[in-house]
Design a protein around this ligand. Structure first.
Ligand SMILES: Cc1ncc(COP(=O)(O)O)c(C=O)c1O
Length: 437
């Protein structure tokens, strides 16, 4: 531990970890998909920090926009009118599906979901909500209640009224089925839960575009359209949580756009500013938002539409457009899929390899036949195990990459080049060979 880390540890807490077990990211600065630590060592960022740095490191254009905003207008009332806020509304409306063109701005993905939840209840007059079992929607109480992931457990008992549906997790189908013979039971399951819980009591269904930290389950093509149909039948609002998958991560601006479905509400965060400033947003269907033209919108926060965050988001979205990063994510998704196929052919420890654009997951198993996970669900990576050795082998090769349970995530910034992607995949190949060959 160097002096800087010791100073920081003395006063500042780390997230989601026992403080003594924290493995800090010693980032000093970076460029593109690379960052440097305090010892001058270069790292390849295959996790985009925490799946937010979609534009990559060291983007001067975003930094300059932030600096300019800070020097002209840094502090404003939440209901103030200023250029960066108006411009952000226009930028967002240009990338969201037609009809979703009014936005509530906050500071994080969790807050976006909290506010979507309040709006859905206010708009429908109903109080129950449905979310998936393997999901993550944020750490605040409402968002955590929506969350299925074990990160919810410590905050139980949580918000009343959340019902669960099973996931479109084809590799481990919760219904023991195989696609396409399954009839997409995971989607039909929604209707069953709706009927059991009372259709006129359910305000909204919250779905991540593609399940994020729970394992990147890319749903079958019928899934999202069927979810839309069921919601329409019962007057339930469909909320797409695109905090993880938005802003190009999957090769489209938002993941649900792969399936030509228009949600009623979209929640956003992370890539909206590429992590350069804190920002979350809730996109609301025009006619729904119009209901708040006369009624009070009971949502607010001091730093709603913070000028610096708005300026950062405008510059980030412009950068995505001008450098065609979303298109590059789609292209790199193909490079990644080919690389994953080659890794899977070579390494029996890979049970399943799946990706959508630049969001990929290698699911590691002890045995391809039984599909036993290399690390059990919610299991820690214990010292001395193959999983721990794999993490060490990846770290030794300078890869900043997330190994969570038995999932190895590949999600580099969207500015990655073919050569960089091939290099990253070759480092994963080397690490897998070192531990499992
Ligand atoms: C799908 C999804 N929703 C919501 C959140 C919460 O976002 P934040 O950490 O900005 O509150 C996350 C964060 O990882 C996420 O992946």
């Amino acid at each position: 531990m160097n002096e800087l880390e010791a100073r920081q540890r003395k006063h500042i807490l780390f997230t989601w970890t026992a403080q003594n077990a924290a493995a800090p990211v010693r980032i000093k600065g970076g460029q593109g998909i690379w960052f440097e630590d305090h010892d001058g060592r270069r790292w390849m960022d295959f996790e985009s920090q925490v799946f937010n740095c979609n534009a990559g490191h060291g983007q001067r254009r975003i930094g300059e926009a932030i600096a300019e905003q800070a020097l002209t207008l840094a502090c404003a009332h939440p209901n103030a009118v200023f250029e960066a806020k108006a411009a952000l509304g226009e930028r967002l409306a240009a990338v969201t599906p037609p009809g979703l063109d009014r936005f509530f701005l906050c500071l994080s993905g969790a807050e976006a979901n909290e506010n979507a939840l309040k709006m859905a209840r206010a708009l429908t007059g109903r109080s129950k909500v449905i979310a998936r079992r393997r999901s993550y929607h944020g750490a605040s109480m409402g968002a955590s209640s929506l969350t299925g992931d074990p990160r919810r457990w410590p905050s139980e008992p949580d918000m009343w009224g959340v019902q669960r549906i099973e996931d479109p997790f084809c590799y481990r189908c919760p219904f023991g089925q195989t696609y396409p013979g399954c009839g997409v039971r995971c989607a039909e399951h929604l209707e069953h839960v709706v009927q059991m819980e009372g259709p006129d009591r359910i305000a909204a269904v919250f779905l991540e575009g593609v399940a994020g930290a729970n394992g990147g389950f890319v749903p079958p093509p019928e899934y999202w359209p069927r979810m839309r149909e069921i919601c329409d039948r019962y007057g339930i609002l469909l909320v797409a949580d695109e905090v993880f998958t938005g802003f190009g991560r999957t090769g489209k601006w938002f993941a649900h756009q792969h399936w030509n479905v228009v949600p009623d509400i979209i929640t956003m965060g992370k890539g909206i500013t590429s992590g350069y400033a804190p920002l979350g947003a809730v996109a609301v269907r025009h006619d729904l938002a119009a209901k708040f033209d006369e009624r009070v919108l009971q949502c607010g926060l001091t730093h709603h539409a913070h000028p610096i965050s708005c300026a950062a988001a405008v510059a980030t979205i412009d950068l995505y457009h001008d450098t065609k990063m979303v298109e590059n994510a789609a292209h790199q998704g193909e490079v990644l899929a080919a690389g994953f196929a080659a890794l899977k052919a070579k390494h029996p420890v890979i049970g399943d390899a799946r990706n959508l654009g630049l969001f990929g997951v290698l699911e590691l198993v002890t045995d391809r036949e039984t599909r036993e996970p290399l690390v059990p669900y919610n299991g820690a990576i214990k010292p001395g195990t193959q999983a721990a050795r794999l993490k060490a082998a990846l770290t030794a090769r300078g890869l900043h990459i997330l190994l969570r349970w038995n999932y190895l995530f590949v999600a580099p910034p969207l500015c990655i080049t073919d050569e960089e992607m091939k290099l990253g995949l070759s480092l994963i190949d080397e690490a897998l060979t070192e531990v499992f060959a």
